[in-house]
Ligand binder design. Structure first.
Ligand code: NAP
Length: 536
């Protein structure tokens, strides 16, 4: 049983885990409040997702005007994005610049992977251990590890005998992997796999793509930003706008009912949104698309037709058209030349349902039908999403309860901010919050961090600890389930429903009620003196 050390006073007011969008802003807010805080970051620099995911072709699927910090005029006016959907290097550079501009680095400890966090009721603080044996303590812990930071790496027989390189996209090395002229396999065709495949196809000697599920996609409309963009809307207006829209973007869900709009107009609407080249057809169209089979069928068929028109080979076409889920029930990736990549002579597509991978040999992938020589295997196989980063740490709350055990039985949260039984532990990108899955990340990150910071300030004026009650958590879980179960997303196997991890609870991981409803629920709790939380 894990033992808590006892202290007279914690070293810090707060320990923040992770130095991506959330961790950087959380540190800034805590410092602005005059509190002492340190950030523990496993990587050697800031960036979070944008530090780790340096695979070829990585770029945002959210336009830069909303995929940035919107809390400060200086940050918005002093940084000039070069294009609408910036690449990983540019987004990483931006976060490094933010860290310097706000002088955050002096309170960030790099190469510090947290292994254990134990709540001490006697000292009313958290004892935090890192991999190298460092021990720290703080009144509060704020987890800012992002929803997609624990990779899923498939166990393939013979992996140890493989003499080439095998890599997960989120662990891509900083010194890069030379791919020109190499024989490469990509496993997985989610948002990541699609970016990798379309990028490396022209450069590699041979590319074999192993697909388990075909995805719906939308062609990305990327273009250079002029000097005027992304400042066509005032910063504060844009910040407010992103909290008033369903997905945290600057476009919103259609206000009319699907059934009230005639089919010709709906078609024109789909054409218009598709041509926007962003995620508007997914989270900026009719809500019924994600809730009612008939509406979903219409948009699914629309997108399938668009994909079909780009693939000449009928066998390939059959394989690349999704056949087991509806549009938008999986995350919709944006693509650029993805289907055209498969028309190349050096690219082949293998459906693992028809031809499963059997093993790796010294220099090849063996399937049930052939042996394919490969030099590099790229696993674009996804993540143990939202819960994985925290359950990877031995987190012990009140009465030594283990967070991994709690979520192992049932994935829950109290308004996506805390977990009953874990005082003074705040979470961002939390299960049952939009940030877990259905939000333009910086929008939700900034909202969560601001709510958490205010709450910490409130608690410190009144006591030393705050914990969500079981009643608040149960009420939020019930509301989440009711909202989630009305969607087709909750009825579809994907990482949203934990289906990619054996034994994981199948509760929809993200709150799908939209940002305005979520922000209102959080505001209500706050305005009622953190109703549903106990302060001691
Ligand atoms: P993902 O969506 O979970 O996709 C993983 C892919 O690997 C799926 O095609 C999956 O098939 C396949 N797979 C997993 N294990 C496999 C196995 N053993 N054999 C064969 N195939 C296997 O993961 P991701 O593509 O990394 O994306 C995760 C999320 O990250 C996205 O949904 C998105 O939210 C975010 N992301 C965003 C961007 C962006 O904004 N630009 C880019 C990349 C990722 P199944 O579908 O059958 O499970």
């Amino acid at each position: 049983m894990a033992e808590a050390r006892q202290l007279d006073a914690p070293q810090y007011d707060a320990i923040v885990i992770g130095a991506g969008f959330a961790g950087l802003y959380q540190l800034h807010c805590l410092r602005e409040m005059g509190l002492s805080a340190t950030v523990l970051e496993a990587g050697s620099d800031v960036g979070g997702t944008w530090y780790w995911n340096r695979y070829p072709g990585a770029r945002t699927d959210s336009p830069a005007n909303v995929y940035q910090f919107l809390f400060s005029d200086e940050l918005v006016t002093e940084w000039q994005w070069s294009e609408r959907f910036p690449s990983q290097p540019e987004t990483e550079r931006y976060l490094r610049w933010v860290a310097d501009r706000l002088d955050l680095r002096r309170d960030i400890q790099f190469n510090q992977r947290v292994t254990r966090a134990i709540w001490s009721a006697e000292s009313a603080c958290w004892m935090v251990d890192t991999e190298d044996g460092t021990q720290l303590s703080a009144r509060f812990v704020v987890s800012c590890m992002g929803p997609l930071s624990k990779p899923v790496i498939p166990g393939i027989d013979g992996q140890d005998e493989f003499g080439g390189t095998i890599v997960h996209t989120s662990l891509w090395p900083k010194d890069d992997i030379p791919l020109a002229g190499k024989r490469v396999a990509v496993i997985g065709t989610g948002a990541t796999g699609i970016q990798v495949i379309q990028t490396i196809a022209p450069e590699v000697a041979e590319l074999t793509v192993f697909q388990r599920t075909a995805n719906y996609t939308i062609p990305m409309k990327n273009y250079p930003y002029t000097d005027a963009e992304p400042l066509t809307v005032r910063r504060e207006e844009l910040r407010n706008r992103t909290r008033e829209t369903f997905g945290g973007f600057d476009f919103d869900i259609e206000q009319r009912l699907w059934a009230d709009v005639d089919p010709a107009e709906r078609l024109a609407n789909m054409e218009r949104l598709y041509a926007e080249g962003n995620l508007a057809l997914w989270v900026g169209s009719f809500a019924e698309q994600l809730m009612e089979p008939e509406a979903n069928e219409e948009v699914s068929e629309f997108v399938k037709e668009k994909i079909r028109a780009r693939i000449d080979d009928p066998v390939l076409r059959e394989k690349l058209i999704p056949d087991d889920h509806g549009f938008g029930t999986h995350r919709v990736p944006l693509e650029t030349g993805y289907y055209e990549a498969f028309a190349r002579d050096n690219v082949q597509l293998i459906d693992v349902h028809e031809e499963p991978i059997v093993s790796l040999t010294a220099n090849a992938i063996k399937t049930t039908q052939q042996e394919i020589p490969v030099d590099v295997v790229i696993c674009a196989t996804g993540f143990d999403a939202v819960t994985g980063a925290l359950t990877n740490i031995d987190v012990r709350g009140r009465d030594n309860r283990s967070l991994a055990d709690v979520w192992g039985q049932d994935i829950r949260s109290a308004i996506g901010m805390q977990l009953h039984g874990f005082p003074n532990l705040f979470l961002t990108s939390t299960p049952l919050s939009p940030a877990g899955a259905f939000c333009n990340a910086p929008t939700c990150v900034q909202h969560s961090v601001e709510w958490i910071s205010e709450c910490i300030g409130y608690v410190l004026n009144r006591g030393s600890a705050i914990e969500a009650t079981a009643e608040l958590e149960a009420a939020w879980v019930a509301h989440h389930d009711e909202t989630a179960n009305a969607t087709l997303i909750a009825k579809t196997a994907s990482w949203y429903t934990g289906a990619n991890i054996e034994g994981k609870s199948n509760r929809l991981i993200g709150y799908p009620g939209g940002i305005p409803a979520y922000v209102e629920a959080c505001d209500q709790v706050k305005e009622n003196g953190y109703e549903g939380f106990l302060i001691s």
